[in-house]
Design a protein around this ligand. Structure first.
Ligand SMILES: Nc1ncnc2c1ncn2[C@@H]1O[C@H](COP(=O)(O)OP(=O)(O)OP(=O)(O)O)[C@@H](O)[C@H]1O
Ligand SMILES: [Mg+2]
Length: 211
């Protein structure tokens, strides 16, 4: 069975799609057979894939449905990792993604608004834990601003929730937006750059959790 990892947050614009396409790329580069499920009716990961000019490293399939957990096993056959890019706000799809997952990653920006808004997804996870006790979850700090205390502050504030914060985090870098415009990733725009190294570290930590 493939490992199923959802990237979820009811709050919009926190970096769910950005982290999903980067994790998918890093995992594919590491030799995993990756399927990316776009569970967002906005279809951002599908748009990203359509904008891509180079060869695809993994397929992207749209499945923005509350029946996702029922349909996924048939689609996931033959893959080693399935990443699900979640929608903002849509509860029934997020619930279905949680049901399907072994691990849920929650991107949060270093802002008190993101810390407060995370309560919604943490509550959904707590609901699911009743009938899915093996489910794992973790926060990922995204858009950290280098040389500021706010990254550390957000980690402290998130400690109020019963969900761990990954040690790997991703900084605010314009390269993430620039690469997305062409359906690419930071690896292609700047091979061996600092952004790619952050994604490598994140991927290693996620793989360690998902086994
Ligand atoms: N680490 C980063 N550095 C710079 N820009 C970033 C970073 N992460 C995300 N962004 C930018 O922030 C915006 C929102 O990111 P993204 O679309 O990944 O969020 P999302 O959570 O998927 O949003 P939605 O809830 O609408 O699906 C995009 O323009 C993206 O390029
Ligand atoms: Mg998105």
């Amino acid at each position: 069975m493939p490992k199923i990892i959802s990237i979820l947050n009811q709050k919009g614009g926190v970096g769910k799609t950005t982290l999903t396409v980067h994790l998918a790329t890093a995992l594919a580069r590491a030799g995993e057979r990756v399927l990316l499920i776009d569970a967002d009716p906005q279809g951002s990961a599908l748009d990203w894939s359509a904008a891509r000019e180079g060869a695809a490293l993994f397929p992207v399939a749209g499945l923005p449905k509350a029946s996702l957990h029922k349909e996924l096993p048939a689609l996931a056959a033959g893959y080693t990792v399935v990443l699900i890019d979640g929608p903002p706000r849509v509860y029934d799809v997020a619930r279905s993604a949680i049901m399907a997952s072994d691990l849920v990653l929650i991107p949060v920006q270093p802002s008190p608004y993101d810390v407060w808004a995370a309560k919604e997804i943490v509550d959904l996870l707590a609901e699911a834990a009743v009938f899915k006790p093996t489910l794992k979850s973790a926060f990922v700090v995204n858009r950290k601003i280098a040389n500021t205390a706010i990254g550390r502050d957000v980690t402290d504030a998130l400690a109020e929730y019963p969900v761990p914060v990954l040690s790997a985090s991703v900084c605010q870098r314009v390269l993430f937006a620039e690469s997305a415009a062409r359906g690419q990733t930071v690896y292609e725009l700047m091979p061996d750059g600092a952004a790619g190294k952050e994604i490598d570290a994140l991927t290693a930590e996620v793989l360690g959790m998902a086994v």
